[in-house]
Design a binder for this molecule. Sequence first.
Ligand SMILES: *Cc1c(COP(=O)(O)O)cnc(C)c1O
Length: 395
Amino acid sequence: MMMIRLTINGKEDTDMEFDTQLLHGGISEDERTGAMSIPIYNASTFHQPKLGQNQYEYSRSGNPTREAVESLIATIEHGTAGFAFASGLAAISTVFNLFQSGDHMVIGDDVYGGTFRMVDAVFKRMGMTFTIVDTRNLAAVEAAITPATKAIYLESPTNPLLKITDIEAIATLAHKHDLLAIIDNTFASPYIQKPLDMGVDIVIHSASKYLGGHSDVIAGLVVTKDPELGERIGYLQNALGGILAPQESWLLQRGMKTLGLRMRAHLANAEAVFAFLKARPEVAKIYYPGDPDNPDYAVAKKQMHGFGAMISFELQPGLSPVTFVEQLKVITLAESLGALESLIEVPALMTHGAIPREVRLQSGIQDELIRLSVGVEDKDDLLADLTQAFDGLKK
Ligand SMILES: *Cc1c(COP(=O)(O)O)cnc(C)c1O
């Protein structure tokens, strides 16, 4: 765990702008040498010159490289404590260990497939219960709350339909009923929204996506604002042990430094790709929070700083999504998202393939749906690539 020190050049500074925080926030240089890249401390244990008076004891409990990335995520999410884990799912499962047998949670109906599997196959077995609801519907969320409910867990935007929930309204509702509001902020990134500022208690990231950004690291992060809640997560991080290793911590912090630069490029390309797709006759339906015709547009505009760089769309019936994605040359057919490279996939056959077809169709994920994570390649190359793939559908 790392409680953050908001300092810049040794001075207290809580008012740095986001891009400056990415470079100078948290622990951004090595105290001993001034190295501007935090060293990779591959040490499992630390000498104690006087018993118990040392800063570090054992790297599961605390490691200087991990603390650097933990302090950075705490700073940029406007929290007070950050925690780094070996994967997004390790972060989520650690947070779920705040609860116990008999506890109930209200969960968003379009959460990450791995989260759903964890709830369904692991935590249910341990005696927890869950109600799945569309968190955009506040009345439905409130109706799902029982005396055993301990938390509301959501994503916004969701995967793959990019539904937007009013985060502040959910946090207010949670606190009215003495519940924790927990959000997986992976699809937005802290560049686009900072849920702790909207009243949320715990923010989680799969840092394998936008935060890492370079398709080269699997990692998870958790941030809290309330110090007592931070203590509890810190205890669980050490007790359960799913920590991020020093090498990965360094790689993640290195990637995070350019989050602002990358997000601006992602957002500009996403707007261009959206406008292009919206005008194509082969596209039957498009899901993008920045579409003024999207029912969630007003909420997205209110709470997001940019609409994200994920776009999902359905081809007209009869057009093959598989042929389409296989014909692309620049845009890469792959799972995952938030990479520098544009990634495209067919949820029904790939990321959401494990969900039974009727359940999938019920939640609105059609066979024809395609999910695109817009990267930072030159916009003209992306549009040209999409054009040739659309043209290829007619041959
Ligand atoms: C990828 C992802 C996860 C899981 O993260 P891993 O790093 O792959 O364990 C969780 N939530 C969302 C929204 C994701 O996209």
